[in-house]
Design a protein around this ligand. Structure first.
Ligand code: FAD
Length: 314
């Protein structure tokens, strides 16, 4: 790719880098290079980056906190847009907060607590950004983004802006109207309830304690690897299939919590991919349940299936 074409973007408030190892941008600490990584610091810069990608027919992928993705060892072609520069966080009224797409949920939860606003406690320990959390309706301990998000600003790949309100968000279990679309969430309005600082603080501490007790937080991971199957728990089924501690290369089904695949050191995306496939086939064989990954696979993984076909001589 001719890097000189990118000088066109110099006048905008954004950072551009090339051949960026995405393992530095994911909680799994896994992922090959992005051809180009652009970090816009405002909506004009985002619009310019999107128009640029379109004009030059470059594929585009939006990366939030990288805490729910498995990025291929081959990396991502085209332009990766990181939302970390969309970092506005402000109190709009007595009970409403605006958060930019790139703001971490932990920061929003702390900001809400500091303003004695209740409703974001559940999200204090979820490591992703507002954009990623709205995209997949993140939730924990009985709370979900759907309970607090009232309005969301977005941009289309053509750079047009729009807003979604209330039921238009289409929230359901780990899904929203944004899932699977090319729309880029730029920020959301969160409606909370007036509360008491000490109560909010105590609830957040309790939830964080429960998280630390149950989850393998000292290892890189992308949180729960699989969605919760109807009427059961992925972790329970995986444990009951005797898969705790099962591993491929540096990827392991956590011994502390079978619902998490962890990177014990040097795991590749290939290791994680193969371990996920193994867990899926064993749980299906033993319990008849198809586990669907919650973690989103980004980039090309077809080389792994090709390897398997070559090996079996097909
Ligand atoms: C230790 C750990 C614990 C976790 N616990 C929980 C939990 O309790 N509950 C839970 O729900 N999740 C949990 N997660 C998963 C993850 O933090 C959430 O899914 C989070 O919402 C992902 O946000 P992100 O910004 O990291 O998104 P990313 O991983 O960067 O992206 C995920 C998807 O969202 C899209 N996306 C991101 N930002 C935008 C945007 N601005 N506009 C459009 N699309 C966008 C991406 O393109 C991608 O498809 C956990 C993860 C870890 C590592």
């Amino acid at each position: 790719m001719d890097r000189r074409i990118f000088t066109h973007l110099d006048k905008y408030n954004l950072d551009i880098s090339f051949d960026v190892p995405l393992c530095d941008y994911t909680s799994f600490k896994i992922g090959g290079p992005a051809d180009v990584l652009i970090v816009p610091h405002d909506e004009d810069a985002l619009k310019a980056a999107l128009s640029f990608a379109k004009e030059n027919e470059l594929p585009m992928f939006v990366l939030g906190g990288g805490t729910n993705v498995l990025i291929s060892d081959e990396g991502v072609r085209g332009v990766v847009i990181s939302t970390e520069g969309l970092s506005e966080l402000s109190l709009i009224s007595d009970d409403t907060i605006f958060a930019g797409a790139g703001v971490r949920l932990s920061r929003i939860a702390a900001f809400a607590r500091d303003n004695s606003l209740s409703g974001m406690e559940f999200a204090g320990g979820i490591p992703g950004t507002l954009g990623g959390a709205v995209y997949m309706n993140a939730g924990a301990y009985g709370g979900e983004m759907k309970d607090v998000v009232v309005r969301t600003r977005y941009m289309t790949p053509d750079g047009a802006t729009g807003e979604t309100e209330g039921a238009q968000h289409g929230f359901s279990y780990r899904r929203s109207a944004f899932s699977g679309t090319q729309l880029i969430i730029t920020g959301s309005y969160l409606k909370l309830a007036r509360g008491n600082y000490d109560d909010i603080s105590a609830l957040m501490k309790d939830m964080n304690r429960r998280r630390t007790e149950k989850q393998p937080l000292s290892y890189p991971s992308a949180g729960s690897t699989f969605k919760r199957p109807e009427g059961d728990f992925a972790g329970r089924l995986i444990e009951a299939s005797g898969l705790k501690g099962a591993s491929v290369g540096g990827a392991q089904v956590s011994v502390k919590h079978a619902g998490f695949v962890i990177n014990t050191g040097g795991a590749t995306a290939r290791d994680v991919y193969l371990l996920i496939a193994h867990v899926q086939s064993e749980v299906k064989r033993l319990h008849g349940v198809s586990l669907e990954p919650e973690v989103r696979l980004i980039g090309d993984f077809s080389y792994i299936n090709k390897e398997a076909r070559d090996k079996s001589g097909e």
